[in-house]
Design a protein around this ligand. Sequence first.
Ligand SMILES: [Zn+2]
Length: 300
Amino acid sequence: MDRRVIVEKPRSHDCLLQGAIMLNKGLIASTLILFLLGSRAMADGNKQPFAGPIIDAHVHYSQTSWGEYPIRKVMEKFDKGGVEKALVSSTPDDGTLGLHRHSADRIIKFLRPYRTRSDMANWYGDKDVLEYVQARLAANDYSGFGEFHMYDPLAVTTPEMKILLELATKKGLILHSHSGADVIEALAKAAPGLTILWAHAGLSSPPVEIAEIFKKFPQVYADMSFRGGDVLDAKGIKADWLELFESYPERIMLGSDTYIPEQWSDYQGIIDRHRRWLGHLPLPLAEMIASGNALKMLKR
Ligand SMILES: [Zn+2]
């Protein structure tokens, strides 16, 4: 649209001219907005999704998924998603053991303390759960304990928990905890020798709170399951998340949290969404979050 064409119109058409200029200004403004939006969309579009290998640090293969997603289908999903390894825990643990029997190189076993979902409520104060955990730990080698749910720091102090933390320390298990920052702090203080993987990075904890925990406790890592949607806005990576990633590049990893069959049916979508926000980071940082940090954590 060329403004000169309109201002050269005869004076007798002043009114028309005025209207045309206003219309023209409006068009210029909207063209400019469209151009800016277009270039932003193009800038986002040019950020190629991260294409490298992934370690999924938050997988469950629980009984409710076994029928619809037999082991072969799970492995196909990992293959398609470029997921080389997975940290797996399940309700009950047999799901994890089954996957591991099929693919020992790919599956890293974590022991979840739930025989059924009803154990979730009070597992840390339940003698039967303690027995189940002790028997499993005696029979198999695990890299971690969890994912477990804990919402009250006092839960860390039960007699059963004391035994569990001693066992975990003896075996060097990573604690995978779904909890708020207060419980992470209580766990880190109760078992200072243990590595902790903070599930969902606190689920709703803002980046500044995650950074505080990282600063206080160098043994704490976090997985980004259910957090991928928090990272981007229309302009790209949000400033507070970018600051977290850049300040603690070695502490964050990816996760899908396949706790129900619906998460398995959306598995490729979950991985693709992680790849999208990773694509906005410098490649070396994206590679650390995608796989390097999980490997390092496992070697601690
Ligand atoms: Zn969780």
